[in-house]
Design a protein around this ligand. Structure first.
Ligand SMILES: N[C@@H](CCC(=O)N[C@@H](CS)C(=O)NCC(=O)O)C(=O)O
Length: 240
């Protein structure tokens, strides 16, 4: 069940804007199944930075709408986000949706296949989604990872410590080039991912202050006006 629908017009951006503008209801428009504070933010940022018109369909996880039949018919895994392409295909997995949009619309938010930067970019993005993003869940829902509900606080403490180790790994090993972004002066989907996942950190302020390169990257990503607007609107900025 979708709580709300709004059609998001193509946004002019300081960075990119290559697309023919589709009208409301146009068959060229994607649908993004979205909820505030979720991994839907990354594909939303790609859509917005690309100036792509899309229909945003809100699925309220707090009301359990992601587990109801209407949404399970879209994504049987019951996770947000999902993207319906203009042809009607349903895509899931936030990072895959981001890559799909970049490829389909030749967005300069990812090094092109065949370039030297492409392999390291894929390694970064898969680490961020597969390891860092996944490590956030036991911080947010420790009870799901505890056999005994009484253990949830200890599971959470362990999960936050693990998250901190992973962020230290990003700081010490994953940046290449002069910054401010992970691969140098060009912002990619991996940087959007870094900002999204950091914004979920229960002690983001502290981490950003102590991790110089991560902090610089977060600042550069969120200084981009389209990113700042979207993150503010979805409650990811200012950091809590
Ligand atoms: N691997 C999936 C994970 C998606 C995911 O876990 N989404 C969360 C919101 S960030 C969700 O739907 N949570 C609902 C739940 O776990 O019940 C992706 O990256 O798209």
């Amino acid at each position: 069940m979708c709580a709300g629908r709004d059609v998001v017009p193509a946004m002019p951006t300081t960075l990119l804007c290559f697309f023919s503008v589709a009208r409301e209801g146009s068959p060229t428009m994607c649908k993004l199944y979205w909820c505030r504070g979720t991994a839907a933010l990354a594909p939303q940022l790609v859509l917005e930075l690309g100036g792509l018109p899309y229909e945003k369909i809100t699925v309220e996880t707090r009301k359990g709408e992601h587990r109801k039949a209407a949404y399970l018919a879209i994504n049987p895994k019951g996770f947000i986000p999902a993207l319906q392409t203009p042809e009607g295909q349903i895509l899931t997995e936030a990072a895959a949706i981001c890559l799909y949009l970049c490829e389909r619309h030749a967005l300069p938010l990812a090094p092109a296949p065949g370039t030297e930067a492409r392999g390291p970019f894929l390694s970064l993005l898969v680490f961020l989604t597969n390891t860092l993003q996944t490590a956030c869940k036991p911080c947010d829902f420790p009870e799901r990872f505890a056999l005994d509900p009484a253990d949830a606080p200890r599971v959470r403490a362990w999960a936050v410590a693990r998250l901190d180790d992973l962020w230290r790994m990003v700081e010490d090993h994953l940046f290449s080039g002069p910054g401010p972004f992970l691969q140098g002066p060009e912002m990619t989907v991996a940087d959007l991912y870094l900002a999204m996942v950091m914004a979920w950190h229960p002690r983001a302020h502290d981490r950003l202050a102590e991790l110089e390169r991560v902090g610089g990257c977060f600042e550069a990503v969120t200084a981009e006006p389209t990113v700042a607007r979207v993150m503010r609107a979805s409650g990811n900025l200012p950091l809590g």
